[in-house]
Ligand binder design. Structure first.
Ligand SMILES: [Zn+2]
Length: 298
């Protein structure tokens, strides 16, 4: 029997905590070029599930910047802030499987726990797992992880294996502020959008096993993952709003795109060909996709 190969579907999923900076441009560009080089779709998702962190005007600014830089997304943009009832349905499925419990630990308590030596994150001790904490107390909801061993192959960073109980602990799927955790939202959305490959910043590499675990609990397929190196500032910090990265502006689009191509491993010869044969930013992107090799960006 002939099976048609599954169409590539990639995505870019910015959080509107601020305007796009050079680091987010690199991530957007890598995922875009990868999708286009595979004749696939490139979807856009606004990860605004944590509404307390949204900066006013950031969504509009991000979309306008992407457009000015020549990005063309497929299908409708999805907004996590509007999908709470969808995420809730999946929590119910996990509840039926007896995988969820209420946790009343405070951030401060948890910050005193042992840390994972690779990610630096606090490991949850499982303290609340054996208590039936009533829902009227302010609580988050955690998923039981057991001694599950998760391994995956990253296209750029190689293999990673975690024992979830030892390396992470039971993790939050519903926050005490009453919205889905990043882990739950990203897993549900990648599934519902049919994402076949995730190209994103390496700051999320160590969170991937949690997402694969959730996919297994919910009977979702696991996409392929490729974590690209995050862009650092001169102090060795990841470019972000917290580290005061400058927003990228429309006027510098062409030179920023070239710097981003350079960061993604395009050599000068190819950069010159791209520049000499294109008239606008979208043409730069489409041309660059013809020369793009994900593996040049390690
Ligand atoms: Zn707890």
């Amino acid at each position: 029997m002939m099976t048609t190969p599954k169409k590539y579907i990639g995505r870019f999923a910015p959080s509107p905590t601020g305007k796009l900076h050079f680091g987010s441009l690199v991530t957007a560009l890598a995922s875009y070029l990868r999708a286009r080089s595979q004749a696939g779709k490139w979807l856009l998702r606004i990860e605004d599930v944590d509404t307390t962190r949204i900066e006013k005007g950031a969504i509009h600014s991000i979309l306008a910047t992407l457009e000015n830089y020549g990005f063309q997304w497929d299908d409708e943009i999805i907004y996590q802030s509007k999908r709470s009832n969808i995420y809730q349905e999946y929590v119910e499925i996990l509840k039926v499987k007896d995988l969820i419990y209420n946790c009343i630990c405070t951030r401060r308590e948890i910050s005193k726990n042992k840390k994972n030596s690779l990610s630096g994150e606090s490991i949850y001790s499982g303290k609340c797992r054996n208590f039936n904490n009533p829902s009227f107390l302010k609580h988050s909801q955690r998923i039981k992880t057991f001694e599950t061993i998760i391994s995956f192959h990253d296209l750029l960073r190689g293999d990673l294996t975690q024992n979830l109980a030892e390396d992470v602990g039971d993790f939050i799927i519903w926050r005490s502020e009453n919205f889905a955790s990043y882990q739950l939202a990203v897993v549900v959305d990648d599934h519902l959008q049919g994402i076949t490959e995730v190209v994103r910043g390496s700051d999320l590499y160590f969170q991937t096993p949690r997402q694969i675990y959730l996919q297994r609990c919910l009977n979702f397929k696991t996409p392929i993952y490729a974590h690209i190196p995050v862009v650092m500032n001169e102090f060795g910090q990841k470019l972000s709003k917290q580290t005061k990265a400058n927003p990228i502006i429309k006027e510098n689009a062409r030179s920023n795109l070239i710097s981003a191509l350079n960061y993604l491993g395009f050599d000068y010869g190819v950069q010159n060909i791209i520049l000499e044969t294109t008239k606008n930013n979208n043409e730069i992107l489409e041309k660059a996709a013809m020369y793009y090799n994900l593996k040049n960006n390690k």
